[in-house]
Ligand binder design. Structure first.
Ligand code: PRT
Ligand code: MG
Length: 219
């Protein structure tokens, strides 16, 4: 049995075409079925539906052979026990520093002020500000980071931005780019050795499908 860990929402939606390229078709839509184990057209392939941040953990411990996780999630997880053969270039976004409209971020940094920064991405944020030589106190949040500067919890946030409409709706502006994020295929290292005959064709199909997309995008 091959088990693939996926999260609902944008990652699942953008993974369906990749699965199709590997000849794998989910039996149900996890969005509507509420099932956590979803069968496929192949008796030997199943999907497990987990929180986005839990995907690397399932694969690390071998509860899933393959998984698809955002680079943001992989950075926070640390990547132990995971082989990361492919950037699938799906669920793309940017990790950004953002502040309230009118807040003088660069002025504060210039003065050497110690900034309070709220984020779910503590590891990536710590690395970013250390490289810039900016002094920060990091406050760990699990969601709705956009609220923090509005109610005085933080001077800045580090959060993912795709269209920018969430920042705009909350009168925040992005002031610094931290890193580009897309989702990657992760593979359990032991499974890759033991089940290579079954896993490699799936990995190759994902690589091919990704290659076609990258090519189409450049035309
Ligand atoms: O939602 P849940 O708490 O279950 O978990 P999650 O937020 O980690 O999962 P999910 O499915 O929302 O995101 C999965 C992955 O998609 C993330 O790990 C990212 O790699 C990737 N991704 C791509 C995004 C976005 N784009 C994105 N825009 N993840 C989150 N967002 C959020 C962002 O945090 C912000 O709140 O969307 C909002 C901003 O969007 P815009 O379009 O208004 O800029
Ligand atoms: Mg989300």
């Amino acid at each position: 049995m091959i088990t693939i860990a996926l999260s609902k929402g944008r990652i699942f939606e953008e993974t369906v075409p990749l699965l199709a390229a590997a000849g794998i078709h989910p039996a149900e839509d996890p969005e509507s079925s509420r099932k956590l184990i979803v069968g496929t057209n192949r008796d030997d392939v199943r999907l497990v539906i987990v929180r986005a941040t839990d995907v690397p953990t399932y694969v690390q411990y071998g509860a899933a052979d393959l998984g698809i996780a955002g680079y943001d999630v992989l950075l926070e997880h640390g990547g132990a026990g995971l082989y990361q053969p492919l950037d699938l270039e799906i669920a793309q976004c940017r990790l950004m520093v953002a502040v309230r409209e009118g807040y003088d971020y660069f002025g504060a940094v210039k003065q050497g002020a110690r900034l309070r920064v709220a984020t779910k991405y503590v590891a990536a944020a710590r690395e970013h500000f250390a490289q810039k030589g900016v002094h920060v106190d990091l406050i760990k949040l699990y969601g709705s980071m956009e609220l923090a500067p509005l109610v005085g919890l933080a001077d800045a946030i580090v959060d993912l931005v795709s269209t920018g409409s969430t920042l705009k709706a909350n009168h925040l502006v992005a002031v610094e780019h931290v890193l580009d994020v897309s989702s990657r295929l992760v593979v359990n290292q032991a499974a890759l050795k033991l089940k290579r005959a079954k896993l490699q064709p799936i990995i190759d199909a994902f690589a091919q499908a990704g290659h076609h997309r990258a090519h189409a995008a450049s035309l």
